[in-house]
Design a binder for this molecule. Structure first.
Ligand code: SF4
Length: 370
């Protein structure tokens, strides 16, 4: 059964009911358990569970330590193009925004990647808007082949593709994808997206196509601020559980960026505060012990520092969110504003000062057996 079929059987109103009618006693009963499943998740992220944040943090820290040791993996995004044919209402790269469109040439991509690599980062995430003419699959192939000469991991956060294209990219050396559903609320999704991205189910099944093509990392996520964040994140947890069961060779990573200002000034459906964000991180770690939890530079330094080791296992560092932002076109429009401007070296020192181990490289081609 595909995840689209699973999705069709889930009653999101029921999830919402559990989240917003859960009592303190319900939460206490869940916290008395010693192992938790995704079915417990709506209770752990419910408003009454906020009162138990310290206890949840301690459990989350313990599980994270048992599963990941003291490691926190580092990565950096490289924006290849801000050209996009979609009109997502919340994004600065929206086709209707009159901004200069830039697609980096191969030599510019390599220059940018050299800058990233010079800071010790070994995992690079290629990001691009959805424009197959500006950035065709063959171009990604060419870029990835060159980048794999240096980087141990090259992931992509670009437009969803068919299985055959993923297979080409997997063979070229792409190690993982990130494809955020943005919101699992179908009606809200339809309101917010125009263009090819409006195909909700094609996007929903993307991680399955990518896993079938051999990617060893699958990134899921939602954008907090588009719909009810508690329901959306419960749906991510269900989606992750499905992928972990059916595509167990791939590592699942989860992100839940909060909406920040972008060109167009979209008004978020709701604002998720730091306490709520911490609560969902701890709850996610409790029910999905082995997923990577990712925090990007959208979040402020104090929050990122506080969460490292408490549940979060991967953070971006020194990020630029505009094509050419590291060295080529430093003044191009950013996709979103960055809150943590520290360099990778500063992030590494911060982690070490907390007794954590920054991981600059966690995989080598020699680990692969034919
Ligand atoms: S979110 Fe992605 S697909 Fe949507 S407008 Fe922005 S770059 Fe394009």
């Amino acid at each position: 059964m595909s995840f689209s079929e699973v999705y069709g059987k889930i009653d999101q109103n029921k999830i919402k009911d559990i989240v917003y009618t859960a009592t303190e006693k319900d939460v206490e009963a869940v916290l008395r358990k010693t192992r938790w499943s995704v079915d417990d998740f709506p209770y752990l992220i419910s408003p009454p569970a906020e009162k138990f944040l310290e206890k949840m943090a301690a459990i989350s820290r313990k599980i994270t330590f048992l599963r990941f040791g003291k490691t926190v993996k580092l990565y950096a995004p490289l924006y290849i193009s801000n050209s996009c044919v979609n009109a997502c209402k919340y994004c600065g790269f929206n086709v209707n925004n009159k901004i200069p469109r830039i697609t980096l040439k191969l030599e510019e991509v390599l220059k940018e990647s050299d800058e990233i690599f010079s800071h010790g980062i070994g995992h690079i995430l290629l990001v691009s808007g959805e424009d197959k003419k500006a950035v065709p699959v063959e171009y990604f192939e060419e870029i990835v082949k060159r980048l794999r000469e240096k980087f141990y991991a090259v992931s992509i956060e670009v437009y969803p593709m068919d299985y055959d294209d993923y297979l080409k990219l997997s063979k070229a050396g792409v190690t993982g994808i990130a494809v955020y559903q943005e919101t699992y609320n179908f009606e809200r999704y339809k309101e917010l997206h125009k263009g090819p991205k409006a195909d909700f189910f094609y996007r929903l099944e993307t991680p399955e196509r990518a896993a079938s093509a051999g990617f060893r990392e699958l990134g899921l996520g939602v954008l907090f601020g588009l719909s009810d964040f508690r329901v959306d994140l419960t749906m991510v947890a269900i989606h992750a559980r499905y992928l972990m069961k059916h595509y167990w060779r791939s590592q699942v990573a989860i992100s839940f960026p909060r909406l920040r200002d972008a060109e167009g000034h979209f008004k978020p459906y709701e604002i998720v505060n730091d306490k709520q964000l911490a609560q969902v991180i701890f709850a996610l770690r409790m029910v999905l012990n082995d997923v990577d939890i990712v925090l990007s530079t959208r979040e402020n330094p104090d929050f990122r520092d506080g969460m490292a080791g408490l549940g979060v296992t991967r953070i971006s560092a020194g990020s630029k969110t505009n094509p050419g932002g590291y060295s080529v076109h430093t003044d191009a429009l950013k996709q979103f504003e960055i809150a943590d401007e520290r360099s990778p070296e500063e992030i590494g020192k911060m982690l070490e000062s907390k007794g954590l181990e920054p991981v600059w490289k966690d995989f080598d081609k020699s680990f692969l057996f034919d």
